[in-house]
Design a protein around this ligand. Structure first.
Ligand code: SF4
Ligand code: SF4
Length: 142
């Protein structure tokens, strides 16, 4: 999984003097590029677990056993140890897209990618939605 950080919009930097003050163009094509490719973690918040349990219609215990791993104090989704596909990725598609965790929903508007235009543009190497011509303009922190 390429996803390695967790952010909520309230943690994004103040807008006024940032390089992205005019907004950032993005459209998720659901290509799955951010869900594979390199080792990483998809951290789960309690509300993410509740949403996924509801989506999958299984018990919490079964969900935790089948789809997650404990990493220190936190829980992450499992990934394939060979190709690093997220446990929910099938044929390059997220099988729980409408119930995907917060970390996935907030990508690519992560502080690590908003540090500079270069960081944002580098992420295009695996995310075709960044600066997508059909994308909407998003204002991080709004
Ligand atoms: S839950 Fe879905 S969007 Fe998130 S990393 Fe896994 S496959 Fe990708
Ligand atoms: S890599 Fe970008 S366009 Fe593809 S699924 Fe992830 S966020 Fe969407």
């Amino acid at each position: 999984m390429g996803i390695i950080g967790l952010v909520s919009k309230r943690k994004l930097f103040p807008m006024s003097d940032q390089w992205y003050a005019d907004g950032l163009r993005f459209k998720c094509t659901e290509c799955g590029g951010c869900c594979t490719g390199s080792p990483g973690y998809v951290w789960l918040e309690e509300k993410d677990i509740d949403t996924l349990i509801s989506k999958l219609k299984i018990s919490r215990q079964a969900f935790l056993r089948r789809y997650t791993r404990q990493v220190g104090e936190r829980l992450s989704l499992l990934e394939d140890p060979k190709n690093f596909d997220c446990v929910f990725l099938e044929e390059n598609r997220c099988t729980v897209y409408d119930a995907r965790p917060t970390q996935c929903r907030t990508f690519p508007f992560w502080p690590s990618l908003l540090r500079s235009r270069k960081d944002w543009e580098n992420a295009r190497n695996y995310c075709e939605g960044i600066d997508h011509p059909d994308g909407e303009i998003f204002l991080p922190n709004n």
